[in-house]
Structure formats: structure tokens, C-alpha cells
Design a protein. Structure first.
Length: 513
């Protein structure tokens, strides 16, 4: 434990030799191929050349210089998630095989890139050793060894994509908009897309800066691939013949004065004279964010909820990305309690606005969203149905089992041995005797991020106090699913759970487990 590590590394693959080697292996019987590959003693003719194995460091990001003579890479001393905040940056000379460690802050948090002429590198790093701190952009001159911070009037995380002749291609969030643009070394920023109602992901740009490609979505259109602002794909045709929700961004105030935004999805035939059953769909993170775009959520069947007659609110609660560093840090030592304020004030806002029926409210979430749902399950009697996906139920249990122990210390301020009270008052299990809401619990059997004891603890506690609950453990699944069949099962279970408990629909025999 914490000693026996398997490091990844960088390698050079000679394509011509690789093809020859593959053809030679292909002629052998299947059971002899691996042995022949392992016993190949002709090192000079090997297709693969190790580049960083000797360092025993875990590689996160790398880039190759324009002349292909050097590689810059950021790496951590171990693969442990906690060592993300202990990265170092190295320069590898491919002609001499020599490494040089660059004198750069270890608080890196994203890609490292060569300039278009290879004389400099840029990278993003945290402004302080806290998960919720802003990520800024820096430039390191390889000749003078000077560091320059780019002046940017953006109170959000900045991620570099590519350094072109026209500037550094970057991405950043502006509330519920995901932006992309070019910034010069003087700090002049040129957005490449409109600044409202837009979510741009997976951007790419040519080295001369003349052509851009990205995936774009808006509140009116699902994600499509664009090249130079011209649409190439037509994925939204999959929505033809289906009832589509209308999405709008709403805001409300909490008791402690914070302004919270959320995405409200309504039926296309929304009737202002009616009140609707309400489901809150809570994102994870907590530094995640919900966008006002047609959903592709793997765990929350938002469009299907709306089709059944619900309205759905996706709150960007305190801690969410897109609203600046102060907002992301507003849940420090207020996990659960502050989150509940944000959630329940949104419910009150919709009830007071005659949008939502106060007797028909449910909540579901995954990861941090699952924790918030679990907190609502034990702390409140305002909900009629709840679903907890990969959620934390006890911060002590979580702290001693998770692969990101530092996460808990950064948000709760200390270890449980030094401050037991903060762990107690922010844990759903503390309030288990108050629980009364039917609760579905979904969890991966091999989840390292929110280990499965959290699910068993909540399940047993709810059972003991007489609350209707079901626990579904997904075999071999980690913190999230990567299999379409499991996505469908999670979505179907959630849809059935809320339709049964809030809409009084019958539960059929075809339930997916």
C-alpha cells in the first residue's frame, strides 16, 4: 500500500520496424506471439524505444517540440491521485537522452505545450494548493529560464490547447458558457465563438491558427462537430419525433446571500396555470457544472423525466465551476449544510413561483451529487423520492477508504482525528434517525473514489430506521460506468423509481437490474 506502484511512461515507436515486427509475430501461432515478443534479444531492431522508464515517474501531459528533437512532460512521483499536486516538469533531449528538470511550480493542473517555434513552453497551474483554487496560465522561456504569468481578466480556470503563431489556444468557463479563444503573450484575448448560450468542447486548431474545429451545443441544439464555424454532423436528428424540453437559466438567493443559478427544463407544452412535479438533478465535482444544453447525462434521464411531465432543475450549487474562485470555495467546511441551503432554496423558489408542486419533489445525483442526495435523504423530509449514485454517506468512512484522501482535508479543513465535529455534522449518517424518504442507492462494486462501504452504510442505516430503500451494486464497476448497457440500467432504474414514488405509476416486471 502506497509503495507498490505501476508507472506509465513515454515510448518511441518506429512505424516501419513496428509493421515488420507485427508481420513476423502474425505468422506465429497465437500462444507463441507473446513469448517471442518478450524474448526478442535484438535490441537494435526493436520497434519500441523506452524514453522515460528510468525516471520511475507517472506521466500526465507531454508535448513534442516543432523540430521533433525534444519532449516536455509533466509527471508525478507516484500514480496516486494525491500526487497530482506534486508534479514536476522535465525536458528530454531525444538526441542525447538527457533529462533536465525545469524550475516550475509543482502545482500544475493541465497540459504543458511548446510554443510554435519551440523556444518556450506554457502550462496551467493552481494559484494555491487547494482543489478549488483558480488555474492560471504561465510561460517558461527555455533560454532565459524566466517565468511569465499571462495577464487575464478571467476569474476561472484556464486550460491551454495549442500554441499557434496567432497565440495560445485556450478554453475557459463563463457561468454556463464554455468558451474558447486565442490569447497573445501580451494578454490580448480574442474569443473564437459567441459569448452566450454556447458550450464548446474538444477544441482543436491548426498550428498556423487558421482553422479550428470543436464540438458545440446550445440550449436549442445538441452537440455537433464544427469546422471553421460550419456544422459537419447532424446528431440532433436523433431527437426527431421526440418531445424536447425547453431550457432556461434561472437564479435565486440563499439564506446566506449567495446567488445560485440553475438550469430549468420544462415540457414543450408547459402550462403556466399548472404546477408540476419536480426533480432536482445534481451534478458531481463539486467543481462540476450543469449546462443549458440537451442532455447526454449517463445517470440522470432528464429528457425522459420531462417527457413524463416533470420539470427538472439542475442547480449549480456553491462549489460549481464557472462562477469564479470565491464561489468555488464557498462550500469550504460547509459541505452538505451549504449545499442543502442552495438546493432547498431553489425548491422554495419554484414552489413560490407556482412552478413546482411542493408535495411532489425528488432529487438524484452522482458522486458529489450523490452525496448531496444522501444528505437530503437523512437531513430533510421535503422530498418524496431520492436516488443516491456513488454518493458519500460518512466522511470518516470515506476518508479512510478513498484514493483522494486530500480532497476531504481541503474541503473540511483537517483530518477526522483533529476535527471530528466537522466530519460528524457534514455526514448524512449523522442524521439517519431523521430519514423518511424512499431512497434508491446505486454504486460501483470496485469504486476507488467513493468506496462501496458508503453505500452499504447508508443502506443498512435506512433499513434499520424503517425507510423504504433499494441498493444496486454494479459488478466490477469503478466510480462511473463506461458500458452502454449499464448506463441504460442506471437511467431506467432512476426513471422507474421517481415515476413510481412521485407519479404513482405501477412498477412493471421489466425493471432493469
Amino acid at each position: 500500500m502506497d509503495q507498490d506502484f505501476h508507472y506509465n511512461a513515454l515510448y518511441f515507436l518506429n512505424l516501419d520496424k513496428g509493421k515488420q515486427h507485427a508481420k513476423a509475430l502474425d505468422k506465429l501461432p497465437k500462444d507463441l506471439r507473446e513469448a517471442a515478443d518478450e524474448n526478442d534479444e535484438n535490441k537494435k531492431d526493436k520497434a519500441i524505444t523506452p524514453l522515460t522508464e528510468s525516471l520511475d515517474r507517472y506521466i500526465y501531459y507531454f508535448d513534442i517540440s516543432p523540430d521533433s528533437r525534444k519532449i516536455v512532460f509533466s509527471s508525478a512521483p507516484t500514480p496516486r491521485f494525491i500526487d497530482l499536486l506534486n508534479q514536476e516538469t522535465y525536458l528530454l533531449d531525444l538526441e542525447t537522452n538527457e533529462f533536465v528538470k525545469l524550475d516550475i511550480s509543482p502545482l500544475q493542473a493541465g497540459p504543458v505545450l511548446f510554443s510554435y517555434d519551440g523556444s518556450k513552453i506554457c502550462y496551467s497551474r493552481l494559484t494555491q494548493k487547494k482543489i478549488y483554487a483558480n488555474v492560471m496560465l504561465e510561460i517558461y522561456d527555455l533560454k532565459t529560464k524566466q517565468i511569465k504569468q499571462l495577464p487575464l481578466d478571467i476569474d476561472e480556470n484556464i486550460s491551454p490547447v495549442r500554441w499557434t503563431k496567432n497565440g495560445i489556444h485556450i478554453t475557459w468557463l463563463e457561468r454556463t458558457n464554455y468558451m474558447t479563444g486565442l490569447i497573445t503573450e501580451d494578454g490580448i484575448l480574442t474569443p473564437l465563438v459567441d459569448s452566450s448560450d454556447i458550450v464548446v468542447t474538444y477544441p482543436a486548431i491548426t498550428s498556423d491558427g487558421r482553422h479550428t474545429a470543436y464540438v458545440k451545443a446550445t440550449s436549442q441544439a445538441a452537440a455537433e462537430v464544427y469546422l471553421d464555424n460550419k456544422q459537419l454532423t447532424k446528431q440532433y436528428k436523433l431527437y426527431e419525433g421526440k418531445k424536447k424540453s425547453k431550457k432556461e437559466i434561472i437564479s435565486w438567493k440563499t439564506e446566506d446571500g449567495l446567488e445560485i443559478e440553475g438550469i430549468l427544463s420544462k415540457p414543450a407544452d408547459y402550462d403556466e396555470s399548472k404546477t408540476y412535479p419536480l426533480v432536482l438533478a445534481v451534478h458531481g465535482g463539486p467543481t462540476g457544472i450543469s449546462f443549458a444544453t440537451p442532455t447526454t447525462n449517463r445517470y440522470q434521464p432528464i429528457e425522459q423525466f420531462v417527457e413524463k411531465g416533470f420539470v427538472v432543475l439542475e442547480p449549480n450549487y456553491r462549489g460549481s465551476a464557472g462562477y469564479g474562485e470565491a464561489f468555488r470555495s464557498a462550500n469550504f467546511r460547509k459541505l452538505g449544510l451549504g449545499d442543502y441551503q442552495d438546493i432547498i432554496s431553489g425548491v422554495d423558489f419554484l414552489v413560490d413561483s407556482k412552478v413546482a408542486d411542493p408535495e411532489k419533489v425528488g432529487i438524484l445525483g452522482w458522486s458529489q451529487g450523490g452525496y448531496i442526495s444522501a444528505f437530503c435523504a437523512t437531513y430533510s423530509d421535503r422530498f418524496k423520492a431520492i436516488s443516491v449514485g456513488a454518493g458519500i454517506s460518512n466522511w470518516m468512512t470515506y476518508y479512510v477508504n478513498t484514493d483522494i484522501t486530500h480532497f476531504t482535508r481541503y474541503y473540511l479543513g483537517d483530518t477526522p482525528w483533529n476535527d471530528e465535529e466537522i466530519y460528524r455534522k457534514t455526514s448524512p449518517m449523522t442524521y439517519i434517525n431523521n430519514a423518511s424518504t424512499p431512497t434508491l442507492i446505486q454504486h460501483g462494486e470496485k469504486d476507488p473514489r467513493v468506496p462501496v462501504p458508503n453505500a452499504y452504510e447508508l443502506y443498512r442505516g435506512l433499513k434499520d430506521v424503517g425507510v423504504e430503500t433499494e441498493l444496486v451494486i454494479f459488478k466490477d464497476m469503478l466510480h462511473g460506468s463506461n458500458k452502454p448497457g449499464i448506463h441504460r440500467a442506471i437511467l431506467k432504474q432512476n426513471l422507474d423509481w421517481f415515476a413510481y414514488h412521485i407519479l404513482d405509476e405501477e412498477r412493471g416486471e421489466d425493471r432493469v437490474y
